[in-house]
Design a protein around this ligand. Structure first.
Ligand SMILES: NC(=O)c1ccc[n+]([C@@H]2O[C@H](COP(=O)([O-])OP(=O)(O)OC[C@H]3O[C@@H](n4cnc5c(N)ncnc54)[C@H](O)[C@@H]3O)[C@@H](O)[C@H]2O)c1
Length: 443
């Protein structure tokens, strides 16, 4: 099939590459001309494991190309995917201006029947608005469908080529048949539904996953007080098929370009129909508080942060991505700087993106984890990059001014810590922290 994908970000680029991989002719569009130039030279502008190789091979096979000319792409295609960003507005609502701009451009260039598919995460009713916008500009025939995206950064290729399900929301039988045919090589698990349900499935899924994370984080906070180990609690819960083990890893809260904005957007969507989504509001509040647990533990360990040197390992919102959008590290590093600390930061991939968010004289950017830790009063681990687990804790402790670690991701095992000299604070594992004595006293 001939496909256009508009927007070559984390979703659009991966989708375009994967659609070409399964035998389609794909043209990817972006209005950022320097990005298109890079892509045409075979340079991948984001870090995503496996993407570069797959992109190159499909470009070489002549199945994948890039352009900033949206008219040309629409003209060549039967199916047009919209995959532009829907970031948060200051009040939490989704900013639909990019999606609407694309809809207008599609309407302007339509010259024969097309299926217009929204992959971007959009509030319920947006696809109806897209249809109305295009209809107000063009008299050409077209259908609209919502096919929300569920890929995860860091495993985006695998998720796209082996999805748990594909949701297809549309009222058009013709669109259903074509989209079924397109997605069949990826999975047989197709959920065919109406547009509004498809739009809601995406928000409900992300809100539910965020709820699981905030739930286990609250359990971890209680574990610290009662002397239980949240990793064992989560393991014991996860074997229950009704619960499942995923998204039960306690830490410093969720971040990234999806959960924070999509939870806020769903609260707004509910609010617009006079529904107070109290549960989700709490999930968001718990998540924000969880980021600050790192600071509370740090202050407990080293006292005032003024004038202290704090090493920070991990800036990306999760491992295997360079994405720092709404990463917990942003709030935590900002707080450290505001408290008068000197920060030595290290991330294997995301430093450049992070510096666009915060760059101050009191932060230095380090090229190895050990350089970051050298001479530090304490170390905060904020992302569970694999290389951190492999560091020799004995060497690390010796390099630091004080062997104090706040492990926000439970990277290290009890054995590793007990063999080390570290004063160690993790998440929900009080047996390993200085809180142990207090916990026993409570019980
Ligand atoms: N990133 C994820 O993990 C993920 C997962 C599932 C769903 N989503 C959703 O997918 C959508 C895209 O997310 P993303 O992370 O890929 O965004 P992104 O910001 O990485 O990419 C968006 C791209 O669209 C381009 N663009 C903007 N306006 C355009 C226009 N008028 N014409 C052509 N190109 C235009 C931008 O230049 C950019 O390259 C969002 O709605 C997001 O919520 C994201």
């Amino acid at each position: 099939m001939n496909i256009a994908v508009i927007g070559t970000g984390y979703v659009g680029l991966v989708s375009g590459v994967c659609f070409s991989e399964i035998g389609n002719q794909v043209i990817c569009v972006d209005n950022n001309e320097s990005k298109v130039e890079m892509l045409n030279e075979g340079i991948v502008p984001i870090y995503e494991p496996g993407l570069k190789e797959l992109m190159s091979s499909n470009m070489q096979a002549g199945k994948l190309s890039f352009t900033s000319n949206i008219g040309e792409a629409i003209h060549q295609s039967d199916i047009i995917f919209i995959a532009v960003g829907t970031p948060s507005l200051p009040n939490g609502e989704a900013n639909l201006s990019y999606v609407e701009q694309v809809a207008v451009e599609i309407g302007t260039h339509l010259e024969s029947y097309k299926i217009i598919v929204t992959k971007s995460t959009v509030p319920v009713g947006t696809n109806d608005r897209i249809r109305d916008l295009i209809r107000s500009i063009s008299s050409q025939p077209f259908d609209v469908a919502s096919v929300p995206e569920f890929l995860r950064e860091g495993s985006a290729i695998k998720d796209t080529l082996n999805p748990d399900r594909i949701v297809i929301g549309t009222s058009s039988e013709r669109a259903i048949q074509t989209l079924k045919k397109l997605h069949r090589p990826l999975t047989n698990n197709l959920v065919i539904t109406d547009i509004r349900s498809a739009e809601m499935i995406k928000y409900a899924s992300n809100a539910f996953l965020a709820t699981k994370i905030s739930f286990i984080n609250e359990i971890s906070n209680i574990c610290e007080k009662v002397g239980a180990d949240v990793t064992r609690v989560a393991e014991g819960m996860g074997y229950d098929k009704r619960i499942g083990s995923s998204f039960l890893k306690a830490g410093i809260g969720y971040g990234g370009s999806c959960f924070p904005k999509d939870t806020q957007a769903l609260i707004q969507i509910a609010g617009m129909v006079d529904y107070d989504f109290r549960l989700l509001k709490s999930v968001v509040e718990v998540n924000q508080d969880q980021r600050m647990q790192v600071i509370h533990k740090l202050e407990e360990a080293v006292g005032s942060l003024t004038g202290k040197t704090i090493a920070v390992w991990g800036l990306a919102f999760k491992p295997d991505t360079d994405d720092v959008r709404d990463a917990p590290a942003i709030d935590i590093v900002q707080h450290l700087v505001d408290s008068g600390a000197y920060v030595k930061a290290y991330d294997p991939i995301a430093t450049e993106n992070f510096r666009k968010e915060i760059d101050m004289a009191s932060i230095s950017w380090q090229d190895t984890p050990l350089h970051a830790a050298q001479g530090a009063d304490a170390l905060c681990v904020l992302t569970e990059w694999k290389e951190f687990a492999q560091v020799d804790l004995h060497v690390l402790a010796q390099m630091m001014k004080e062997p104090v670690m706040i492990d926000g991701r439970n990277v290290y095992s009890a054995e590793q810590i007990q063999m080390s000299a570290f004063q160690y604070y993790s998440v929900g594992r009080p047996g390993l922290t200085k809180l142990e004595g207090k916990a026993q006293a409570i019980i």
